[in-house]
Design a protein around this ligand. Structure first.
Ligand code: SER
Length: 317
């Protein structure tokens, strides 16, 4: 990787991944954004940025040519709950956008990373230690676009030799840029509310387990998979990766370890609950460990200490 285009650079993952790539590589790491989501502060000042709407193939191609981009991180997407409210737009961004990226990559010889998700799995998928290669039958538009994206990305690799690689992200937790409209967002919101109010109204029921990951591990995965030796990869789109699995009671209990006065109550959001119930409790990430040495570093407890300390500093009155 020398020159990289990050599409969706001001989003939850992009805002941190762009900075991490700029720390690691000397080339141009271009922050692609859409009007209304302009980069600010360090993200704006530390490298080039360009308007790149993923639904506009000309914009993608022009930016790739201008900076001689060799790797595209395609992070544009609507998260699961928003995608249910706007399924047509979710398809347009998720699949139309991916098609544009893959076509530009084919013509201009770029590698492509497109995140997939635990959302590719559905009610017929084995729930515990979900295998790498298993039933993918989501009933959400988010999941439909992610499964289709995996298939299309593999097709472009097999048919045209485009170097496509991907991981299935679990819920991602960070104190930098909040997610918008996902099912796993509660595990981010709970920290913000704990620090701001000492109380959290949880939209997901106690006992609902989902895979989660602290953002530094997710950034590491996104970079490590693109650096992996291709001769070792038996899979490409997409690898299960896992770090921690918990339900709302477990994360609340962990927060209480550092904030004994913290309280939680439940007000279930039926849409998000149905989505969460259709997703696995935990993934088996053996293939990622074997094929490119994936290994997470953060536990729930270490993440909780870091989240609380960073957010306490930010919201200190
Ligand atoms: N975090 C995503 C969501 O909840 C899942 O990948 O929509």
């Amino acid at each position: 990787m020398k020159n990289v285009l990050v599409i969706g650079a001001t989003g939850q993952i992009g805002s941190e991944l762009t900075m991490e790539l700029r720390k690691r590589y000397n080339g141009d790491i271009v922050a692609g954004y859409i009007p209304g989501a302009e980069p600010k502060g360090e993200l704006l000042e530390s490298g080039p940025s360009e308007i790149v709407d993923i639904t506009n193939d000309q914009q993608i191609a022009a930016t790739v040519s201008k900076y001689q981009i060799d790797t595209i991180y395609n992070l544009a997407a609507l998260l699961s709950a928003v995608a249910e409210a706007k399924p047509q737009l979710a398809w347009k961004i998720g699949m139309g956008g991916l098609f544009n990226v893959l076509e530009v990559a084919r013509e201009k010889n770029c590698a492509v990373f497109t995140p997939s998700s635990i959302g590719v799995f559905g009610n017929n998928t084995p729930k515990d230690k979900t295998p790498q290669d298993t039933i993918r039958n989501p009933r959400t538009m988010y999941g439909v676009t992610k499964v289709s994206g995996e298939l299309l990305s593999d097709y472009y690799y097999i048919r045209f030799g485009v170097d496509t690689r991907s991981v299935r992200f679990p819920g991602l937790i960070s104190y930098v840029t909040p997610p918008g409209g996902g099912t796993t967002d509660y595990a981010v919101d709970i920290y913000y509310e704990a620090v701001k109010k000492g109380h959290f109204v949880c939209p997901i029921a106690a006992g609902t387990f989902m895979d989660m990951m602290y953002m530094p591990d997710a950034l590491h995965a996104a970079i490590q998979i693109m650096e992996a030796d291709p001769s070792r990869l038996k899979h490409r789109n997409s690898f299960n990766i896992a770090s921690m699995s918990f339900d709302p009671e477990i994360i609340a209990g962990n927060i209480r370890k550092y904030m004994p006065e913290f309280t939680i109550e439940y007000k279930i959001d039926p849409l998000r609950q149905a989505i969460a119930d259709s997703w696995p409790n935990s993934l088996d990430d053996t293939c990622a460990r074997e094929e490119w040495d994936w290994e997470p570093h953060y536990t729930l407890d270490v993440m909780t200490q870091d989240m609380l300390s960073k957010l306490k500093t930010r919201f200190k009155k």
